[in-house]
Design a protein around this ligand. Structure first.
Ligand code: FHN
Length: 466
């Protein structure tokens, strides 16, 4: 056994997931993944993925018993993510269970959370129905290791489902395949003092399917089943395929991410409907026809950790959203609510800033596809919409030119019209094509300090030479 430092050992699963997540088998075929096992045509897949491709922006919520711990245990701070505290501090199940009578999020307000997401410009919410600690955020009939054993005698997923329906937001569930608590899950965690002497993994998989049946038949149509914790050796490709089919059988229109099983054996189709790079934005996206979503924290933890104040700025978050959309992906941005049911104020402020930007520029994000430029634009990014022969380009200018002229390198096609998206009267901007590309006469002052959007409409094919 190679001696591995405890710090590295803790990081190993995350590193493995990062490698697997980033190494998601990238294929450009129109209908990748297990959908083909269900005789789904490319047109049927496109119809099922349509809302996801249009949404571009969603809210990730990591909320559970770990939120009550808030990154601390018996006076010790965990150095890892808040939701990994049980594993990182090797807290035995019987001790971790002390959190159950403490978890009473009386300040939880589903409508408030959904309104925050909607006002930020988000179109879907992915919430942890169960994370790796195995604790159900809903009253399950299959176990007492869930919210029904806490003083909070409500069903937050039911309240969220109602609030999402009212607001027109798509509700999705994150569900961990790995379960540190269940007596039949394998491998058994060394620090689990309530482990079953004769664990039966098949019995655990039957339980997992039972949980999913509860989730997929109680809360109405869901957008995504966001699996995670698929990296341990007991979780095989065949089990992943079986689970994909099971979930699609319960809700045929649901989307399943690639973490139903990421490590695909050679020669087999990738599983899941889209890729999930984590905490990173791919350099160039994955090409046409491949769906993907970057999930990212606002600070450094997914689950609430009161010591983690390392917040990304609104500028970074808005430019990340633009960068991801310009490469054809979605941005799933995380909040970690407290044990009381409150989303941290720093997260609220950033979501409000993103919403201010989206109210002016959302048209340049929603329902767009990747930039047609092979090389990155020096001053920002580009997103695109096409309708018949007409093409609309949205240039997202991070670094506004000083001399009143913006050049789009390599573009040789004259646009029908160009204007500032922030200009409701759409005053035309003057343009000319030169050997350098398309030059646009722009105001001296940038309409937005973080990113200003210029719209260009073309009614003929683009000629780009880079
Ligand atoms: O181990 C989890 C982690 O806690 C978190 O849920 C992230 C979110 O994508 N996924 C795993 C790490 O890759």
């Amino acid at each position: 056994m190679i001696p591995v430092s405890s710090h590295l050992r803790r990081l190993l699963p995350c590193l493995l997931v990062l490698i697997l997540g980033m190494a998601w088998p990238v294929r450009a075929e129109k209908a990748p993944g297990a959908g083909s096992f269900l005789n789904e045509t490319p047109a049927q897949r496109d119809a099922r993925m349509k809302w996801f491709r249009e949404a571009r922006f969603g809210l990730f919520i990591h909320w559970g018993l770990y939120s009550q711990a808030a990154g601390e245990w018996d006076g010790r701070q965990t150095s890892g993510a808040g939701e990994w505290i049980m594993n990182d501090l090797k807290i035995p199940d019987s001790h971790y269970a002390k959190l159950v009578p403490q978890f009473n999020p009386v300040k939880f307000d589903a409508r408030q959370w959904v309104a925050l997401a909607k006002n930020a410009g988000m179109k879907y919410i992915v919430i942890t129905s169960k994370h790796h600690d195995g604790f159900g955020l809903y009253p399950s009939a299959l176990t007492d290791w869930c919210i029904k054993s806490t003083p909070f005698q409500r069903d937050p997923l039911k309240e969220l489902a109602a609030a999402c329906r009212e607001a027109g937001i798509t509700l999705c569930f994150y569900h961990s395949i790995m379960d540190w608590h269940h007596p039949d899950y394998l491998p058994v965690k060394s620090w689990n003092d309530e482990a079953n002497p004769n664990p039966d993994f098949d019995r655990y998989v039957a339980y997992l399917k039972g949980e999913l049946k509860e989730l997929l038949t109680r809360y109405g149509p869901l957008g995504i089943l966001w699996f995670d914790g698929d990296w341990e050796k007991t979780w095989t490709y065949d089990r992943g395929l079986d689970l994909y089919k099971y979930v699609r059988g319960l809700q045929p229109q649901i989307i399943v991410n690639n973490r139903v099983h990421r490590h695909v054996p050679a020669g087999k189709p990738s599983l899941g409907d889209y890729g999930t790079p984590e905490q990173t934005i791919p350099a160039n996206g994955y090409g046409p026809g491949v769906d993907w979503e970057t999930c990212m924290t606002m600070n450094d933890t997914w689950g609430f950790k009161k010591q983690d104040q390392n917040w990304k700025s609104p500028e970074i978050l808005i430019r990340n959203l633009i960068d991801i959309a310009s490469k054809g992906g979605n941005y799933l941005l995380n909040v970690g609510p407290t044990g009381e049911g409150l989303i941290p104020e720093a997260s609220v402020e950033r979501l409000q800033s993103m919403g201010d930007w989206m109210r002016v520029n959302g048209e340049a994000i929603y329902s767009t596809t990747a930039s047609p430029f092979q090389q990155q634009l020096p001053w920002g990014r580009c997103t695109k919409k096409t309708k018949g022969r007409a093409t609309t380009l949205y240039w997202h200018v991070f670094n506004w030119p000083a001399g009143g002229e913006l050049t789009v390198p390599g573009l040789k096609t004259s646009p029908r019209k160009v204007w500032l998206l922030s200009d409701k009267k759409k005053h035309a901007l003057a343009t000319k094509v030169s050997e350098n590309g398309l030059s646009i006469a722009v105001p001296n002052a940038a309409p937005d300090a973080i990113s200003s959007t210029i719209v260009a409409q073309f009614n003929k094919p683009l000629d780009i030479s880079q």
